[in-house]
Every structure is written in structure tokens, then in C-alpha cells.
Design a protein around this ligand. Structure first.
Ligand code: ADP
Length: 239
């Protein structure tokens, strides 16, 4: 009986913890959705009242950037909750990882600013695996977009390799790095360590949710002022 009581207590603690997490998630979410929405409503109102051409253009561009942010936020939240609810299964399609990798890198290449070099390490001419190109590409895109955001100059190196029965992707940068005391918060939802950079704070949470949902692994190491390396390993069969 004592054992059962003990187990019950542990389960209750877990449920309480989950409930707390859910509440803070909702509180965060309403704040993060309201901020761009308020900006859109506010500037749309000003747009009607103000006759000055220059001010109008400024309001329009603020409405545009906030709409984009809001759209990304809603998409990210829906995506994250779908993955976490188990509604999204990582597909097991046959595809060429070498091509998936090259296509992903070239789709973000135009965002790389002058002064930053993007190096692509594609070790195989062909690498046929059974997995989900779209999800692997999503993780890779998130890593690269972050690297671009936090690397004012230097090099971003993107690579992948088939090892230990899975695909391991990695993105290294010579950017600003992450202070040690903030590193434990990196994969938390809505965690943005810098308020100057645009983002929802959900990108890495989504990457982690994808990796977790298929028994994969995700991690990083970083030194403030020197750069970071983010990696993910997704288990899959190789042809
Ligand atoms: P966001 O969508 O806001 O970029 P992420 O979940 O992708 O959110 O990232 C969370 C935080 O982790 C970022 O706000 C940033 O502070 C930090 N971060 C992520 N990648 C890097 C990187 N390559 N270099 C430095 N900091 C990073």
C-alpha cells in the first residue's frame, strides 16, 4: 500500500508540473500573439488618419513585418503542437539525402549576408535513405537561419553524414555564441535570448520535437564570442 501511495504521489506531482507548463505556455502564447496583432491594428488605424506620404509608407512596412511575424508564430505554434500531440509522423520515404541537403542549402543561400561565407560539406554523390526529407530540411533550415542571424561575419559550415544508423546534420558558425549561463534554456519554447533579432523563439523547440518524435537526438555546443555548432541525429535505414 505504501508503494502505491508513493507512486500516486509521484504521478500527481508530474500532472501538476505538466499543468504548470501548459499555463505558462498559454500565457506566453497570448502575449506573443497580441504584440504583433496590436501593432497591425494600431498602425492600420494610423494609416487611415495620417495623410503624410512618408508616414504612410512607414506604417505599411510595420504592418507588413508584423503580419509576417504573426503568420510565422501561428504556423510554428500549430506545427509544434501537432508534432507533440503525435499527429505528425516522420515519414519513411525513399529519397536522396544528398539532393535534399543541396536543395535545402541553396534555398537559404540568398539570405547569407556579404561578409559571411557559407560552406557546404556534402560527403556523398548519392545517399539514399528512408526518412522524411521535409522534416530533415526543416531542422537544417532552422539551424542555418539561426546561424545567419547570429553570425555578423565569418563562416557558416553545413554538413551531414550517415553514422550509427542515422543521418547526422550539423551547422557550425563563427558567430556571437551563447553565454554559458543561458545555454540550458535554448530548447525551451518562446526562448529568445536576444530581443534584437526577429524570431518566435519556437524554431529550436520544433527541431527538438521532430527529433524526439522519431527517437532521434539533438544538441549543440557553443562558446560566447566564438560561435556555435548545432546538430541533430535522425535514425533511419540506408539503402
Ligand atoms: P528564434 O525563432 O527566435 O530564432 P530559436 O528557438 O530558433 O528561436 O532560438 C532560440 C534562441 O537561441 C535564439 O533567440 C538565440 O538567442 C539562440 N540561438 C539559436 N541559434 C543560435 C546561434 N547559431 N548562435 C547564437 N545563438 C543562437
Amino acid at each position: 500500500l505504501v508503494e502505491v501511495q508513493q507512486e500516486l504521489k509521484v504521478e500527481m506531482e508530474k500532472a501538476k508540473e505538466a499543468d504548470k507548463l501548459k499555463s505558462s505556455f498559454l500565457a506566453n502564447m497570448s502575449h506573443d500573439i497580441r504584440t504583433p496583432l496590436n501593432a497591425i491594428v494600431g498602425f492600420a488605424g494610423l494609416l487611415q488618419e495620417d495623410d503624410d506620404k512618408e508616414s504612410k509608407n512607414e506604417y505599411i512596412s510595420l504592418i507588413n513585418s508584423n503580419s509576417e511575424l504573426l503568420l510565422r508564430l501561428v504556423n510554428d505554434i500549430l506545427d509544434l503542437s501537432k508534432i507533440e500531440a503525435g499527429a505528425v509522423q516522420i515519414a519513411e520515404n525513399e529519397f536522396d539525402m544528398s539532393k535534399c541537403f543541396a536543395d535545402t542549402v541553396s534555398s537559404v543561400r540568398s539570405k547569407v549576408p556579404a561578409g559571411v561565407r557559407l560552406v557546404e560539406n556534402n560527403p556523398y554523390n548519392e545517399c539514399i535513405i528512408y526518412s522524411d526529407c521535409q522534416r530533415i530540411s526543416q531542422i537544417l533550415t532552422n539551424f542555418i537561419t539561426n546561424a545567419i542571424k547570429y553570425t555578423p561575419h565569418g563562416t557558416i559550415t553545413v554538413s551531414y553524414v550517415y553514422e550509427n544508423g542515422g543521418i547526422k546534420i550539423a551547422v557550425s558558425d563563427t558567430g556571437i555564441g551563447i553565454p554559458e549561463e543561458k545555454q540550458h534554456r535554448i530548447f525551451q519554447r518562446f526562448e529568445k535570448l536576444d530581443n534584437f533579432a526577429q524570431g518566435t523563439g519556437l524554431g529550436l523547440s520544433i527541431c527538438k520535437a521532430i527529433a524526439d518524435s522519431c527517437g532521434g537526438k539533438i544538441g549543440f555546443n557553443s562558446r560566447e564570442g566564438h560561435g556555435s555548432t548545432f546538430w541533430a541525429w535522425i535514425p533511419c535505414r540506408k539503402k
